[in-house]
Design a binder for this molecule. Sequence first.
Ligand code: GLV
Ligand code: MN
Ligand code: MN
Length: 427
Amino acid sequence: MRSQAIAPPPTALSIDANRLYDALDALGRVGAYDDPYTGLRGVCRLALTAADGAGRAHVVAEMRSAGLAVSVDRIGNVFARRPGREDDLAPVMIGSHIDSVATAGRFDGCLGVLGGLEVVRTLNDAGYATKRPIVVAFFTEEEGARFGTDMLGSAVATGRIGLADAYAMRDATGLSVRDELAAIGFLGERDERLEPPHAYLECHVEQGPVLRASGLDLGVVTGVQAICWHEVTIVGKAAHAGTTPMSLRADAGVAAARINLKLRDMVSSGRFGAELRATMGAIAPHPNLVNVVPGRVVCTVDVRNPDDAILERAEAEIVAHYGEVARLEGVTITHRRTARTPFVPFSSRVRERIAAAAKARGLSSAPIVSGAGHDAQELSRLCPAGMIFVPGEHDGISHNPRELSTEAQCRDGVNVLLDTLLSLADE
Ligand code: GLV
Ligand code: MN
Ligand code: MN
């Protein structure tokens, strides 16, 4: 930071879009892979893998080069602090995540973290010290793609999940969160329970088609829909595919297919309204061979709805269906609920600030509900929180190497992040 001077009127500030996009590019090279299905370079930084460790080291170095003081808590969340003029006041936090699904693009989560860093660099360049401190944070295993529970780090920081429970979570190969944090050097010492910030802001790609299709510059996120995840284990009887009469089979693969089709039927029946989303994203049969009846399948169910009561009803129907399938197919079915979060509304005060900031910059915006889970929903347990959504090209595709928000789209989102931050950090 250059100085503590009270400098130009904050409205005169704008971020350096080129620098932001370069930073997204540079982080996107960490954990990059050649995706055979899209022919594009994708990103694979599953939480707490060596690639995530490298991404973390890269971002920490960037945080330090922006003059920030970095600390790591006991669940591996990283906090980078810029002092305020009244440094004892609660900080305004900007955050998101840099872990990814195995087939990601460069924007999911990274825009929020690197956008926060760009805001800090912009303030540094202007020599402007906010009244409150600013903290740029990234949280561990937001995706849930490795250890099975999404928003893990921010849920621990805000008390929804206990540290011991988080440490004990294991990936598909049996490696634990605690050991993997230690292995990449991010088992920090800072207390995992976060002191409430003054406010929390997150700028994120929409990860859906709505904003781009409606020609809007930005979305002001009203809240995050309710989410429910199950890990389902189906045990039947492995058998020879050619010799075993159909009447003697207990085919775990067929049982998984029945559950998957049930999810689709529940959506298309309309009985749960128009907003139900239901997905079987992972299906792992054993032994996964052409000529063996699968004796075992581990699969996942992801169900979401903005209305908690509807989601509850849908989950109950799915669980009842597991029982029916078990009976029909002669298999046993057990399930573990690996994630369940209610609809989380965001602070109306923060939403108003975001909408006003967009308007002042001549950007069009509209309220939007988030279909994806985000760290902001966890932080909203501690303080007023809000999110800015940036449109995405290609129908807003995400969790895919085709994920793309243009430099101008990212610029608009992060400029509004800057303005909103200033309005909160100077109060
Ligand atoms: C996180 O990306 C989610 O699955 O919503
Ligand atoms: Mn994300
Ligand atoms: Mn994601």
